[in-house]
Design a protein around this ligand. Structure first.
Ligand code: ATP
Length: 256
């Protein structure tokens, strides 16, 4: 039977000089789920994301993704393995158009695709045509048609965040890591983002791991929630269970 967990994190530890940023963290994310990762500032959420996208080579413990050990994969191969991510600080090419930013995300998936496109090798016509079509589909799905040919630098922040989602989706990930997607968005935009995250999961049949401080968003979109504090997992369960957890409430109130 296929493993129902797309992602299994076991006993993950990361230390930065004196600081233990992650201290024996274990959890699973099931295929097709939206999983929320919460915790106060400094809890280790970004560190965990960086481990998943292999930005550190020195974590202890293990990460299994889609049936294989992630330890073997260098950072530049992560998109090819099926992990896409957005960043807390947007990582877009601001002088390029919306459509081109999304196309770049697609080329990130394979070195061949990237090179073929850059060098205009034979057969590229097909590759290029395919990428353009796929990027255009994403532009439509994200409601970005009116700004597809605008430079990213001309766009309001909320729209840029949607472009970043498009860029991550263009690599056709199995697992989408969203790093604080609600940060900087207004109330209405956060509501729309919740619906969009669910629509993304349903439409592309992918699995989502969401780091987010906006509790309303996490609790409304997640199937499961994992809570960290000081690098340790302090709670895990349904949104209702985690919201009521005494340890989680205490962590957020700051009374230790
Ligand atoms: P926030 O919600 O504020 O983004 P977080 O939960 O993402 O916080 P991390 O950024 O993962 O937390 O940080 C966990 C701990 O590790 C913190 O104490 C932080 O200061 C420390 N830390 C993170 N990155 C580094 C680094 N490169 N060097 C040293 N310490 C670091």
């Amino acid at each position: 039977a296929p493993d129902s967990a797309l992602l299994s994190v076991r006993d993950l530890c990361v230390r930065f000089r004196g600081i233990t940023a992650l201290d024996g963290v274990s959890f699973d994310v099931h295929r097709g789920h939206i999983a929320g990762l919460i915790g106060p500032n400094g809890a280790g959420k970004t560190t965990l994301f960086n481990c998943l996208s292999r930005l550190y080579g020195y974590a202890e413990g293990s990460i299994r993704f889609d049936g294989r050990a992630l330890e073997d994969a260098p950072a530049h191969r992560i998109a090819g393995l099926g992990i896409g991510r957005t960043f807390q600080n947007l990582a877009l090419f601001s002088s390029m158009t919306v459509l081109d930013n999304i196309k770049v995300g697609r080329h990130a998936r394979t070195r061949k695709g990237f090179l073929a496109n850059a060098l205009r090798l034979p057969g590229v016509g097909v590759e290029e045509h395919d990428s353009t079509r796929r990027a255009e589909e994403l532009v439509r799905f994200l409601g970005l048609d009116p700004v597809a040919d605008k430079r990213v630098s001309e766009l309001p922040f909320g729209t840029r965040k949607r472009v970043e989602l498009g860029r991550a989706l263009a690599s056709e990930p199995k697992l989408l890591l969203l790093d604080e997607p609600a940060a900087g968005l207004n109330h209405e935009e956060v509501g729309a983002l919740g619906s969009l995250i669910r629509a993304i999961r349903d439409q592309f049949r992918l699995t989502v791991l969401l780091v987010e401080h906006h509790m309303g968003l996490v609790m409304s979109v997640s199937d499961r929630v994992v809570a960290l504090n000081f690098g340790r997992k302090i709670a895990e369960g349904s949104p209702a269970e985690v919201r009521q957890d005494a340890g989680v409430i205490q962590a957020y109130l700051g009374t230790d």
